[in-house]
Design a protein around this ligand. Sequence first.
Ligand code: PMV
Length: 290
Amino acid sequence: MGTGSAPGKIILLGEHAVVFGETALAAALPFGVTVDAELRSSGGMRWSGDEVPRGDARVEASLALLARETGVAHAELKVSSALPVGGGLGSSAAFAVAVCRALRPDLVEAEVNRISLLSEQLFHGTPSGVDNAVCTSGGIIRFRRGEPAVVERVSSSRPLHIVIGLTGRSRQTSTNVLSLRQRVADEPSRWRPVVERLGALAEGGVDDLRRGALVSLGARMDEAHALLSSASLSSPELEQIVFAAKSAGALGAKLTGAGGGGAAIALSEEPEKVAHAISARGFDVRVVEL
Ligand code: PMV
């Protein structure tokens, strides 16, 4: 019997731009996915767990891939997850990392990261790799895609209090990524600078974290949200969460991940007040310290 776990994640800055080679700043959450695996001699890969959608062909395809890549063909998996599916908190990446670790506790981090990226490709088409990188490494990372990708640990000189507001609406990352790709292809002079600015905000955010400049980090989050909204990547629910958070004094608030649903995050020195304002509008919240 082996147990593997992996954290969920939020993207503080740089989502979408990271697909185009810009920097992203991502952080692991203090909760995620845990998998208990019992190795068997036959029967293939079987799994149980309420939080993973049954009948999702991508889950089955991912398990087949994970079996092939880990060299473990037969196992009984018990999956428990604190992450909403399609909720922008990295559930698919955390799932792959946790399964890898449960099946093969001996694998080094780079190998777990490589295999979980292959699984992410089944779920999301051509992902940047930021989700699997942060779910593998934990902590806060500065990420840039490439061969090899840049994954650099960032330590914040002050604790970050983040409030996560869940829209309860799941969405497909690949659809949103394609919609921005289309905009950039159709109108590069308008959208390229937006992508570059999102990347620059993430680079600046790395600096802010190191210096503990939370007001500046919050302002970058606000600007990133406005840019992502201008590319139609927000949603009415995300706007409500961001508005509630800002009205309650958050230093910054933005959608996190692919947008169009999923989750929004707010940076605050009074997280309980912000959480209350968001939940008063009927949304589920999580308060985390990073
Ligand atoms: O699937 P999500 O919501 O965690 O989004 C991932 C971040 C994107 O930049 C939108 C996509 C990617 O591949 O990096």
